[in-house]
Design a protein around this ligand. Structure first.
Ligand SMILES: [Zn+2]
Length: 115
């Protein structure tokens, strides 16, 4: 649902501007500045390939963490960087989930190496 960034009113999807404020509607309200840090994202780790990335992502998601798998090769610079450093992509999580995610990542690494 689009929102007016000025008055915060929610509109129908076919409306593009707020008739009251004459503002362009946005898809989501900007995060509360007081909670800004909670919505910051951090790179949890690098993953060597897509399979590992997806396994780790689903582990984190099962634990209720909104993890995003970023394919570094999707952009030119990312591709150069990942070829140089020998990884496929990165796992991105919200800062508020970072500690929990790191614990799960440590567990994941143990399981991964144990097999
Ligand atoms: Zn408005």
């Amino acid at each position: 649902m689009p929102y007016c960034p000025k008055c915060g009113y929610e509109y129908q999807p076919d409306i593009n501007t707020c008739p009251d404020c004459n503002e362009q509607l946005v898809a989501f309200l900007p995060p509360d500045p007081n909670q800004g840090e909670l919505f910051e994202t951090v790179q949890l780790c690098k993953v060597p390939d897509e399979i590992t990335g997806m396994a780790l992502q689903s582990l984190l998601r099962d634990a209720g963490i909104d993890a995003n798998l970023r394919d570094m090769r999707a952009s030119f610079y990312g591709s150069v960087l990942s070829n140089m450093q020998g990884f496929w992509g990165t796992i991105i999580v919200y800062k508020k989930d970072e500690k929990k995610a790191q614990k799960l990542y440590a567990t994941f690494q143990k399981d991964f190496q144990g097999k």
